[in-house]
Ligand binder design. Structure first.
Ligand code: FQP
Ligand code: MG
Length: 210
């Protein structure tokens, strides 16, 4: 995974979008999204065959536009779809378990908010880490309290040179703070998925990043 791919990392499930998820994803990518994560979780999330079909539909859109397609949590689904990668949190399967099950080409992303967690992730071969929540968020029901962009600066000051993306409550008004703090990119859900114009939302966000 090269760092540039993490610049504007859009995450969405079918229950995060105001409009049609496939149309939202297409518009978001046309607006400049550089990486996508399928995260089907929380109230109203699809399961089983419906979840798999939604993932396949979104994967096809990513493939058409050359955007990496990452699956959140669900390793079996990632393997079934031959996704470009998988993202796991501290309470999900370990990186070792993921690496054992997944082919080498797959990107492995890990949530890490402390220097210790990030160092562990780096040692175990993570390709990138997601750090947050940067700001308060309503999308992730079990999100902990915000740690702010300073947490990314602390990782950098302690020798964590893995690609890092900030996540949690990021919008165009605060995105540049996360980059200035040392992140390679920002990850967003509702700032794009709930906007009535996801293409414009992605474009305005991206303009804050470079
Ligand atoms: N899904 C995520 N993606 C990222 C990414 F780096 F990709 F931006 N960072 C952090 C998370 C949060 O991952 P996790 O802590 O397992 O919670 P959940 O499974 O509810 O998302
Ligand atoms: Mg998870």
């Amino acid at each position: 995974m090269n760092r540039e791919q993490l610049l504007l990392y859009f995450i969405m499930g079918t229950n995060n979008s105001a409009g049609s998820p496939l149309r939202v994803l297409t518009n978001a990518i046309e607006g400049g999204v550089t990486c996508f994560q399928f995260r089907e979780k929380g109230q109203g999330a699809l399961e089983g065959a419906e979840k798999e079909q939604a993932a396949r539909d979104m994967q096809a859109i990513c493939r058409k536009h050359g955007v990496p397609f990452i699956v959140n949590d669900d390793i079996e689904l990632a393997l079934e779809l031959q996704a470009d990668g998988i993202h796991v949190g501290q309470d999900d399967e370990s990186i070792e378990a993921v690496r054992k099950k997944c082919p080498d080409y797959m990107i492995v992303g890990v949530s890490a908010k402390t220097v210790n967690e990030a160092a562990q992730a780096q040692k175990q071969g993570a390709d990138y880490i997601g750090t947050g929540p940067m700001f308060s968020t309503t999308t992730k029901a079990d999100a902990k309290s915000p740690i702010g962009p300073g947490a990314i600066t602390e990782l950098r000051e302690n020798g964590i040179d893995l690609p890092v993306v900030g996540i949690g409550g990021i919008k165009k008004e605060n995105a540049s703070e996360v980059i200035r703090a040392g992140a390679d990119g920002v990850s967003v859900i509702s700032s794009i998925s709930m906007d009535e114009d996801p293409k414009q939302a992605a474009r305005l966000l991206k303009n804050q990043l470079t």
